[in-house]
Design a protein around this ligand. Structure first.
Ligand SMILES: [Cu+2]
Length: 153
C-alpha cells in the first residue's frame, strides 16, 4: 500500500511540473478604468479575466507608470457596511474566469501621476506567478449609474 502511494505521488507532481511550463493562457474582456470625481485620488479598474488552461493562474502584482501604487481588493458586505479587503493575488480558476466588477473583486489604483479622464489610455503591467508580465491597454471610461446596487433599499 505505502510504496504504491509514493509512486502515484511522484507521477502526479511530475505531471504538474510539465503543465506549468505551458501555462498562462489568459485573455481579457471588458477592460476599463472608471473615471473618478475630480477630488478623488483613487481609481478602480474592472475586467473579466478568462483562463483557458487547466491550471489555476495567479496574478501576483500590478504596476503602471500612471499610478503611484496598485493593489487588489475585494468588497465584502458585513451587516450594512461595504468593506474593501486587500487581496495578495487575483486567482483565476482553471478553465474558468474571474470577473472584476463593482461590489466584488477589483483593482485599486492609487494616486494617478496626472489627472485621467474618459478617453485616456493607461498601460497596466500584470505579473503572473510564473514571472510572465502581461501589458494591458486600458481605456478610461465614464462610470455608468448602476441602479441595481440600490436594490436592497
Ligand atoms: Cu478597493
Amino acid at each position: 500500500m505505502k510504496p504504491y502511494r509514493l509512486i502515484v505521488l511522484f507521477f502526479t507532481s511530475f505531471l504538474l511540473s510539465q503543465t506549468a511550463i505551458a501555462e498562462s493562457t489568459l485573455t481579457f474582456e471588458n477592460v476599463w478604468i472608471a473615471e473618478a470625481p475630480p477630488s478623488s485620488s483613487v481609481m478602480v479598474a474592472y475586467m473579466t479575466i478568462n483562463n483557458a488552461s487547466d491550471q489555476i493562474t495567479k496574478i501576483i502584482s500590478a504596476t503602471s507608470s500612471s499610478f503611484k501604487s496598485i493593489s487588489f481588493h475585494q468588497t465584502k458586505h458585513e451587516d450594512d457596511m461595504a468593506k474593501m479587503e486587500h487581496m495578495s493575488t487575483l486567482t483565476i480558476p482553471a478553465k474558468g474566469n474571474l470577473v472584476l466588477k463593482a461590489g466584488s473583486h477589483h483593482i485599486m489604483l492609487f494616486n494617478p501621476v496626472k489627472k485621467l479622464k474618459a478617453g485616456d489610455q493607461v498601460v497596466l503591467d500584470l505579473k503572473l506567478e510564473n514571472g510572465d508580465i502581461i501589458n494591458l491597454n486600458v481605456p478610461v471610461k465614464k462610470q455608468q449609474m448602476d441602479h441595481s446596487s440600490h436594490m436592497h433599499h
